[in-house]
Design a protein around this ligand. Sequence first.
Ligand code: NAP
Length: 336
Amino acid sequence: MSGMGLTITPLGEEPSAQEEAPLYDLVIIGGGPSGLTAAIYAARAALKTLVLLGSAPGGQMSNTEMIENFPGFPEGISGMELAQRMQTQAERFGAEVVMDTVTAVDFSTRPFTVSTYSKQYQAKMVIVATGAVPRMLGVPGESEFFGRGVSTCATCDGFFYRGKKVVVVGGGDSALDEGLVLTKFADEVIFVHRRNELRATKIYQERAFANPKVRFVWDSVVEEVLGDETVTGVRVRNVKTGETSVVEADGVFVYVGMEPATDLFKGQLEVNEWGFIVADERQHTSVPGVFASGDVQDYLYRQVVVAAGTGAIAAMEAEKFLGEYPDLERREAESA
Ligand code: NAP
């Protein structure tokens, strides 16, 4: 892949700021669909744009074998290929795409500083598109059967469970929301929840309790995902009685929370009570000139097409912001 001039700094050595801290109009942190779409829009708008991909392009998307709901690919496309195409498209318009991981950011003075393992960059604006990962149970069988019966996305995989039986783990909004999506395909949706009451919003609870395809296994945790070639069920333990039993199922959907990748921004950007970055409807964060897009600020949709859409908005807002930048920088310097 082009544009990956990665220099490794030995651990313990700081990158030399004096030597090299090139200034970009826009640094995009994250190389998933949101960051790469932002790069396409920003580079086409002639912003000097750098994308710091992290350790691989594509983010969560690159772990998806076949994306069937991204418009324009009626036969589906592998997540890795879609990521590579997005990267090529961004590079074609002049974005620099570098495979390096950001270790620190400083949004307290302009231009902002973005440090990676090997280098420091200055940025008039930053788009944070670092994504989020679904929290997993960490039980035997879960990673082994991931993609072969274990999933974290009903919208992506529900289709494969037409006429089948699935287990949904969790009792929050995501579990209920996505579990209800699954009732459109599966014959039976069995929620396994560790307590005997749900955390999810009332409306979801009412819908789930009223749905004849839904059954609950209360006060129970999944101890193991069982299977041979594919999933055959889960072994659950009742936390009150200690009894274990097997719930047969063809698929297991895990919804026990999301972990947005926001450690880098702690104390610098406002986050909500679940740790997602707070961005307004135009993707502006609490710091003017820092935008957030994709799953790092979206706990509801978590779709490639939505991530791409918010990335495009962030880049268009960045383009507008650049016009105001000289004034803002001068005013802030005067009041410092
Ligand atoms: P969440 O609200 O934190 O719920 C996670 C669920 O998983 C809880 O029921 C929790 O049980 C359970 N859980 C956590 N760790 C577990 C473990 N190790 N083993 C078994 N169960 C475990 O997360 P979420 O459902 O992903 O939602 C995240 C945010 O997105 C929430 O704010 C939610 O409201 C929002 N959201 C909203 C909508 C909507 O409004 N349409 C849809 C989806 C998500 P306990 O209840 O016992 O803690």
